[in-house]
Design a protein around this ligand. Structure first.
Ligand SMILES: Cc1cc2nc3c(=O)[nH]c(=O)nc-3n(C[C@H](O)[C@H](O)[C@H](O)COP(=O)(O)OP(=O)(O)OC[C@H]3O[C@@H](n4cnc5c(N)ncnc54)[C@H](O)[C@@H]3O)c2cc1C
Length: 461
């Protein structure tokens, strides 16, 4: 790397214009670094995809992001997106869980917890034992299911954590590693000895670091949907993001890297000092296989279950259940065809007019991966029928549309630690090659932004 008047002369190529790649590009560009982003699709955003159908806004991927890291707010300011920014309505703090076909509000205070019928009296009493339960030994090989059952009891696993895991990862609590998938939760036990004591003490520490926990961070989106953010970053980077550029191979020549890609069907190449990959693990596996023969095994073992996102718009007059919350999640014990529903028009303004209500439903995930081979129209029919029963809806939707993600969200399952260690090893052995994206450092948009900042330091080194 040469330095000239403080400017870094490294050339970095970033593969992928999702939020991970774009955030690092934004930071590098700010420092005056030479950066190019290559993106296969015509638009930026990757999993963040917003469309308008019949005037309704459908976020096919994330519907919101949590402002867990200060960089999110800084980017919004610097990109002049304040006018577009929307925060979730207060009503959205209320979340429901389905039990015996009834929606129960998730208790948000000690009094509500004592009153709720979501948990039995025995399960409530069991929580009192939590501060007296000792630490576990081997976090990485312990599932979130084992961890929660040990600390909080089986009922808490079934009716709080199981649906929560479905809502965040579309995941399976028996398979997700507590330490890899929920590091903050694990840390409460490891560092403070328990979840209740740990929560209280970590709130104080986070305040000092100006960081927000996922529970207290503000939930945001944009008037025109989540894709506003990646689109604005790409615009800001002007010609530095090349769309329809499908990276096909990478070579090392005389200590530099040559990255080959097809741009609108034409073969092209770029030379650079550093390559930051933010493509999904199963794509990175092909691109980097010839640098390290064991790497593909690690990348391919990261499981991405399928998810179907169903978007429904109904006339409000057809809905007999009050719309007073974020939506609901479904525990696997309830045996439904979908994981949960977001009441999109309750959460953010201008998602519907006064007469309609908009919903986003999720099906599949690691709980029901068989949706991959089921006829989608049959699945949607079943999901819709169950949803209409729960919501007491007695009319046909005004609009019904869906997006099927065949490989949606990477699962940080038991054994993930071996992959994580190997990726670190790979980067050490191959200076200038950096593996990033949502299969490292967290899957949420907030985690991707946070991780992109950490990766930015690697690009500058
Ligand atoms: C259905 C769904 C719902 C979600 N809901 C939420 C939510 O509510 N809140 C939240 O915080 N998070 C949510 N997430 C997770 C979050 O959206 C993602 O983890 C995050 O957006 C991933 O960003 P990324 O940049 O790491 O990867 P990606 O978005 O996958 O970006 C990778 C990019 O690489 C490009 N690419 C692939 N191959 C090549 C190639 N060969 N050459 C060039 N480019 C290539 C892709 O086209 C893509 O643009 C959700 C995800 C999904 C799928």
């Amino acid at each position: 790397m040469a330095s000239d008047g403080g400017q870094i002369k490294n050339k970095t190529v970033i593969i992928g214009a999702g939020i991970s790649g774009l955030t690092t590009a934004f930071l590098l560009n700010k420092l005056g670094c030479d950066v190019t982003v290559l993106e296969k699709k015509k638009e930026p955003g990757g999993s963040i995809e917003t469309v308008f159908e019949k005037g309704f806004l459908f976020d096919k991927g994330p519907n919101s992001a949590l402002e867990t890291h200060p960089l999110i707010g800084k980017m919004i300011n610097e990109l002049n997106l304040k006018d577009q920014l929307v925060y979730a309505n207060k009503e959205a703090n209320k979340r429901y869980i389905l039990k015996n076909n009834q929606l129960h509000a998730l208790p948000m205070s000690p009094t509500a917890f004592l009153k709720t019928r979501l948990f039995s009296p025995a399960a409530k009493l069991r929580l009192l034992a939590e501060p007296f339960i000792g630490r576990s030994k081997d976090g990485y090989y312990q599932s979130i299911s084992e961890f929660v059952t040990r600390r909080l009891g089986k009922e808490f696993l079934d009716y709080a954590i199981n649906p929560f895991v479905a809502g965040v990862y579309a995941g399976n609590p028996e398979e997700l590693s507590v330490k890899s998938a929920f590091p903050k939760l694990y840390e409460l036990e490891e560092k403070y000895g328990g979840l209740i004591v740990g929560t209280i003490r970590s709130i104080r520490e986070r305040k000092r670091r100006a960081e927000k926990s996922k529970q207290s961070a503000k939930m945001l989106s944009f008037k025109d949907g989540m894709q506003v953010l990646p689109k604005a970053i790409a615009r800001h980077l002007s010609g530095k993001v090349k769309f329809q550029s499908d990276v096909t191979s990478i070579k090392k020549i005389n200590g530099k890297y040559q990255i080959n890609f097809t741009l609108e069907g034409e073969q092209q190449s770029l030379n650079c000092d550093k390559i930051l990959s933010t493509v999904p693990a199963y794509i990175a596996s092909n691109l980097f296989a010839h640098f390290d023969e064991k790497l593909p095994k690690h990348l391919n073992e990261i499981y991405y279950p399928p998810v179907l996102v169903l978007f429904l718009v109904y006339k409000k007059k057809f809905i007999r259940r009050p719309l007073d919350g974020f939506g609901f999640l479904i525990p696997s014990k309830e045996k439904k065809s979908f994981l949960g529903a977001i009441w999109s028009s309750v959460i953010f303004p201008n998602r519907s007019d006064d007469s309609t209500a908009v919903f986003t439903l999720f099906a599949g995930g690691a709980r029901n991966p068989e949706i991959g081979s089921i006829d989608k129209e049959i699945l949607i029919g079943k999901v819709k029928k169950e949803f209409e029963e729960i919501m007491k809806i007695s009319g046909e939707p005004e609009l019904q549309t869906y997006k099927y993600w065949s490989k949606a969200i990477p699962q940080y399952n038991i054994g993930y630690i071996e992959h994580e260690k190997y990726f670190d090893e790979f980067e050490k052995n191959n200076p200038g090659l950096i593996l990033s994206g949502n299969y490292r450092g967290g899957i949420s948009v907030g985690d991707c932004v946070k991780n992109a900042e950490a990766v930015f330091s690697k690009c500058r080194m």
